[in-house]
Design a protein around this ligand. Structure first.
Ligand code: 26A
Length: 344
């Protein structure tokens, strides 16, 4: 791979504006939220965003899981390395997202829906937990038509690595499959994140349809456990689940699948298809007083890891880059990275 080529990493998912505040048990209880979770908003959540803004001094921060990952990968890669696709509205929220991405050097190619507002995610921080409640808005209208537009498809054909956030299974599984099959047919790596426990639980069919195309699958311990449960694997040990993920049937046999499972402050687990040995990589420690919040820590890990994959680093180095970037993000407010840039 040449290092001068532009836009080698192409990412797809749901651009969202995070409305993030430090909350409390009472707030979680009022809206029926778990301390650490990611859900789609229902009618009972309709006042949450307003309440966060009015009563909890909420901040507006660029979010959307894979958009955070894309900004993160760009943080570590040469200029103009990453392009991100997703759906937004034509409003001030989209302008905030565009600004943040521009500052991060991330190219965005949004499908703009003038009739629907940009998606928003209410984030309630309590201690080291984050509870996320998403109103997808225009992100929910991303479609194949945008992906297949000649100028966008040219970016797909130009890319060397694809990253899809699993949250996109709630939006446009056909677009995910289009990228997955394109990757396999050209022997390019396709990276998928499990995104949240509700994806393997409630979007099992589209997730499973994409599984044969995963070259890398990334999740955390609760997502891995949800996968095991919804697939009746009967496994509770994270290492065993990682091994099962790595050894699912695979379409492109020119690459062995790699499953990566993060565990918060616990070691990162890596299983490789066909290999008995499962590796463990301890995380980079952060002094308690330097922790801001964990919103976006997993996305940052995936960003650093993808930067490693794109630049041809070893698995161990790619994991290290992921852990390094996660550590930086945890010290910032929300899914953000420090500027001026720190060097890896
Ligand atoms: C479809 N859903 C629920 C979502 C999300 C999401 N990104 C895409 N789709 N729910 C929460 N997020 C994002 O996850 C990041 C932290 O990992 C939030 O916007 C937050 O920035």
């Amino acid at each position: 791979m040449s290092s001068t080529k532009e836009y080698r990493l192409l990412c797809l998912e749901n651009p969202l504006l995070d409305i993030q505040a430090f909350g409390n048990e009472a707030l979680l209880e009022k809206y029926g939220l778990k301390a650490n979770d990611a859900i789609l908003a229902e009618s009972k959540h309709q006042d949450l965003h307003e309440e966060l803004l009015n009563n909890y001094d909420a901040k507006l921060i660029a979010g959307g899981a894979a958009q955070n990952t894309a900004r993160g990968a760009q943080y570590l890669l040469p200029e103009n390395s990453v392009v991100y696709l997703g759906g937004v509205g034509d409003d001030k929220y989209a302008a905030i997202l565009r600004d943040a991405c521009k500052q991060a050097g991330l190219r965005v190619e949004y499908r703009v829906d003038p009739k629907v507002p940009t998606g928003r995610c209410g984030v309630v921080i309590t201690g080291h937990n984050r509870s996320m409640c998403t109103e997808l808005g225009a992100a929910n209208h991303y479609d194949l038509e945008h992906l297949k537009r000649p100028d966008i498809w040219a970016l797909v054909e130009n890319a060397e690595v694809f990253y899809v956030g699993g949250y996109h299974f709630t939006v446009c599984p056909a677009a995910v499959m289009e990228l997955a099959t394109e990757a396999a047919s050209k022997n390019k790596p396709f990276v998928l994140s499990l995104a949240a426990p509700f994806i393997p639980q409630f979007f099992k069919d589209p997730l499973d349809a994409s599984a044969p195309y995963w070259d890398y699958v990334i999740g955390n311990e609760t997502e891995a456990a949800a996968y095991s449960e919804s697939h009746g694997l009967g496994l509770t040990d994270v290492k065993e689940i990682a091994k099962a993920l790595a050894n699912l049937p695979k379409k492109n046999t020119q690459r062995k699948r790699v499953a990566v499972v993060t565990q918060g402050t616990g070691p990162t687990i890596v299983a490789v298809q066909g290999e008995d040995e499962i590796k463990e990589y301890p995380v980079h420690k952060i002094p308690e007083e330097e922790i801001n919040d964990t919103n976006g820590a997993g996305d940052a890990f995936a960003g650093g890891f993808c930067a490693g994959v794109v630049s041809g680093r070893s698995l161990a180095e790619s994991v290290d880059m992921g852990q390094w970037l996660a550590r930086l993000s945890i010290k910032e407010l929300g899914p953000s990275y420090p500027f001026p840039k720190q060097a890896y």
